[in-house]
Design a protein around this ligand. Structure first.
Ligand code: HPA
Length: 242
């Protein structure tokens, strides 16, 4: 059976239903997952915050997530992230496939290499193979998608101030979220092909009157069917080529 891992973000805990839920004990703690079959592809679905959205962004077990994909034997991970947009033309409801990130997190474990000196190349943090497949799949589905963008990762769990957003935009950021890093870094360290499908749920702080988690989760839930189609479509493209 052809296989792919999917990490689902806020509002997407129910993205793939029907699979039996289980947990795997990793060296970093336990990870909940389910295995589902879509269009002849076996998907390891891992809700980033756990089933039921229990873990805040700074407490997510990022190392456990990536470790569990490795344990399952997959070479590819497609992730999803809810993001705020720092650019007018990236509208709420649009999808973005970032190609770069900037890390403004503060307190999370960010590496598998705590006891040896390993410096991992980050020239191309997000897999070009998966990004291309995501773009093709989104075009097939006919949903607005932006290919390329700089993902700014903040520590959270609070949203940003408008002053911070102005600064991030000046530095070259396009979208902002709280969970993209260190996930992508750990995937690079583990030599797993990884890319993320970011869904714009709101304009960033200062660009709209206020931001609420309810609004973010509501829009993500609305985008569920599109995200699912794009992810499974991309998985088909990737696994066909392999
Ligand atoms: N900021 C940070 N994280 C987010 C946002 C935001 O505006 N929207 C969704 N996740």
């Amino acid at each position: 059976m052809r296989r792919m891992a999917v990490i689902g973000g806020s509002g997407l805990e129910g993205l793939f239903e029907g699979g039996e839920r289980a947990t795997v004990m990793t060296p970093y703690g336990s990870i909940g997952y389910s295995i589902v079959e879509e269009r002849g592809i076996e998907l390891l679905f891992i809700p980033r915050h756990g089933f039921g959205h229990g873990l805040p962004p700074h407490k997510v077990n990022y190392r456990g997530l990536i470790w569990s994909a490795r344990w399952w034997g997959t070479t590819h991970i497609i992730a999803t992230n809810a993001v705020g947009s720092m650019r007018e033309e990236f509208e709420p409801g649009d999808l973005v496939i970032p190609d770069q990130f900037m890390d403004f997190t503060k307190s999370r474990p960010t590496t598998f290499y705590d006891d040896e000196v390993v410096h991992t190349d980050m020239t191309e943090p997000y897999s070009m193979e998966i990004r291309d497949a995501l773009r093709k799949a989104a075009e097939d589905v006919g949903h607005p998608i932006h290919h390329g963008g700089v993902y700014v990762c903040t520590e959270g769990p609070r949203y940003e101030t408008p002053a911070e957003i102005r600064a991030y935009r000046t530095l070259g950021g396009d979208i902002v979220g709280m969970t993209g890093v260190p996930e992508v870094v750990l995937a690079r360290e583990a030599d797993i092909e990884y890319a993320t499908l970011a869904a714009v749920t709101n304009y960033a702080a200062g660009m709209q009157s206020r931001i609420s988690h309810e609004e973010v989760v509501e829009l993500m839930s609305k985008l569920n069917p599109v995200l699912k189609d794009v992810i499974v479509g991309a998985a088909e493209i990737i696994l066909e080529e392999d």
